[in-house]
Design a protein around this ligand. Structure first.
Ligand code: SF4
Length: 197
């Protein structure tokens, strides 16, 4: 996929587990197409209400990124992208920060001015958490983009070394970490699955 722009929401998938992203990208083609069509429709329907701009779609060839910002808060002379999340655990994940950093980078490329902060809104708790975007976040985004653009169908990434992530992973039915650990233990050597079965 070397020339393709990376979808910012996929940064989240890849940061969670590169193998998960590999399955979603190369196997879940119906879901991908749906997402693209829906993204286009939402882009066409973007609207502005008061100091909020909803659903802003941006692309940057320079960054290798594209994506739709849920909400843009234009209040107090600052432009803050807001990403809405369901968070049954009551908190957001590190991978959500990576996604938010991707939106901030897209936005600053579009505005040609620094965007140093984003926000995550948690539905369950009705909380808005402000997240300063650091150079580490930006470097992580750049590394993820490189890794995602270099990924090929022949190079499936290894299992995550954090089996807890597998418990809530929708790719698990294809990935089969537990079954692989049981039937082909050599394939999970060096991962957290080794020794769990
Ligand atoms: S089941 Fe685990 S190893 Fe497999 S894709 Fe999901 S998180 Fe990654």
């Amino acid at each position: 996929m070397s020339e393709e722009l990376v979808n910012v929401s996929d940064l989240n998938q890849h940061a969670y587990c590169p193998r998960r992203y590999w399955y979603l990208h190369f196997y879940d083609t119906q879901g991908r197409n749906y997402e693209r069509i829906e993204g286009k429709t939402k882009h066409e329907n973007q609207s502005e209400r008061g100091n909020w701009l909803n659903e802003l779609y941006l692309e940057s060839e320079r960054l290798g990124l594209k994506g739709k910002i849920d909400v843009l808060d234009l209040e107090n002379g600052r432009t803050v992208p807001v990403e809405r999340k369901r968070a049954e655990s009551g908190d957001y994940y590190k991978s959500d920060e990576v996604q938010l950093a991707g939106y901030c980078m897209l936005l600053e490329d579009h505005l040609d001015e620094p965007v140093r902060q984003g926000a995550i809104y948690l539905y369950e708790t009705d909380q808005r958490m402000h997240v300063p975007i650091t150079e580490d976040h930006r470097e992580t985004v750049r590394e993820q983009i490189d890794a995602m653009q270099s990924m090929t169908v022949d190079s499936i990434p290894p299992f995550t070394d954090n089996p807890k992530k597998c418990e809530a992973c929708s790719a698990r039915e294809y990935c089969l970490p537990e079954e692989t650990a049981r039937l082909e233990p050599k394939k999970v050597r060096g991962t957290g699955w080794e020794g769990r079965i």
